[in-house]
Design a protein around this ligand. Structure first.
Ligand SMILES: *Cc1c(COP(=O)(O)O)cnc(C)c1O
Length: 388
């Protein structure tokens, strides 16, 4: 009997080691891993550059308090600001912490300019921003908040695509709109470019902040460093996590100058956030992803993947309803519940993971090769062929 809490529905499989796109199970099977820790292992398993960076730093210094200078963090923050909209970075350990810190930054900004009553955040209903008390109530999801009342106040919700409701929700008390650029857990729903542009315009008109949660869709996943770059918009605050550590737990909030100015000494902190070990691995991840041809390759291979999946959808329109997503953040929406399909893919040695709306998420590492995409397609095809 396990002593682990029962809060996960775990598959009966464990792994001995991983390499690139593959995982090797304790019972001797080799799996094509299109989960990658849910878009976390952006460079696949055991990438030599990440192994080297971790090893090297582990022999120097693991952890020091944020009461001191941390050059490894300076280096990573510099890289992030040089390549993005951001002027300042605040390091955290996870996605939920990063989104929660983003909420704090938005509120503190209005407080700092003498408008403390502007503190409400507008979010999409049934979105996902993490599992802390504030972030579950930000998600507006009944399932995630059940049993965890009293409610954390301060969040207003509109349904994905309901522009009329969104406009109605904006009041004198609104501080920010916070949405996932691509809704991950919610079913790989992409906010179209024209909507992101509209959101930016709306926020400018109403003098409120735009927070884009890129915890799942950021760090190269969609073929641009950030998913919102496709729409050429600039948010004010962006929480990131998952892909930035390549498997090492870390998160961050990226801020423009205006909002960062509110975060003076003492306003926020974290014991572990930004420690040298995490920072060294994060820098190594960025060194690979920010190489010029790297993201072009992500775009190229993901276009191929989408094309092949669309062919399968045409071939099996009664099973596959829609191919969704952007870049290597891919959703295969079925007409019916996806549980059996995911199980059959696993029986055929392809690991995938569910999302809402009957969606199967396919999250290869950004380093995935064409023959690995072909292998995944052949497995999905085989499962379709025998699926009733
Ligand atoms: C995963 C995720 C989070 C939460 O990240 P954790 O590291 O699990 O706390 C927040 N926002 C989005 C969009 C996510 O996909």
């Amino acid at each position: 009997m396990s002593s682990l809490a029962n809060n996960y529905n775990r598959k009966k499989i464990a792994f001995l080691k991983g390499k690139g796109s593959f995982l090797y199970s304790t019972n001797g099977s080799k799996y094509l891993d299109f989960v990658q820790g849910i878009a976390v292992n952006s460079l696949g398993h055991a990438h030599p550059k990440l192994v080297a960076a971790l090893n090297k730093q582990s022999k120097k210094v693991w952890h020091v308090s944020n009461a001191f200078q941390i050059p490894e963090g300076e280096k990573l923050a510099k890289k992030l600001t040089q390549h993005t909209f951001a002027d300042y970075v605040l390091f955290q350990n996870s996605g939920a912490e990063a989104t929660e810190a983003a909420i704090k930054v938005a509120r503190r900004y209005f407080y700092s300019i003498g408008q403390p009553k502007k503190n409400r955040i507008i979010c999409i209903k049934d979105s996902f921003h993490g599992r802390t008390l504030a972030t579950i109530f930000a998600s507006g999801s009944k399932k995630m908040t059940e049993g965890f009342y009293p409610k954390v106040p301060g969040f207003d919700h509109f349904k994905f695509g309901d522009h009329t409701k969104l406009k109605k929700l904006i009041t004198k008390k609104t501080a920010a709109i916070m949405v996932e650029t691509v809704m991950g857990e919610g079913g790989i729903k992409v906010i179209p470019d024209w909507c992101l542009k509209g959101l930016r315009k709306l926020c400018n008109e109403k003098k409120i902040l735009l927070i884009l949660d890129e915890v799942q869709c950021g760090i190269g996943r969609t073929g641009k460093f950030f998913a919102f770059e496709h729409a050429k918009v600039k948010p004010d605050i962006v929480p990131i996590a998952k892909g930035i550590g390549g498997g090492f737990p870390m998160g961050a909030v990226l801020m423009n100058k205006k909002t960062a100015s509110a975060m003076v000494a003492g306003t926020h902190g974290s014991t572990f956030g930004g420690n040298p070990l995490a920072m060294s691995v994060g820098s190594a991840v960025l060194e690979v992803i920010l190489k010029k041809s790297f993201l072009k390759n992500v775009t190229k291979i993901s276009n191929y993947f989408h094309l092949e999946l669309k062919k399968l959808q045409k071939q099996y329109p009664k099973i596959i309803k829609e191919v969704r997503g952007a870049g290597l953040l891919v959703g295969l929406q079925l007409h019916k519940d996806q549980t059996t399909f995911i199980k059959k893919l696993m029986d055929n040695k392809l690991l995938t993971i569910r999302a809402a709306e009957n969606v199967i998420r396919l999250l290869p590492p950004l380093t995935v090769k064409k023959n690995e995409i072909d292998l995944a397609i052949s497995i999905i095809c085989k499962v379709c062929k025998n699926y009733k």
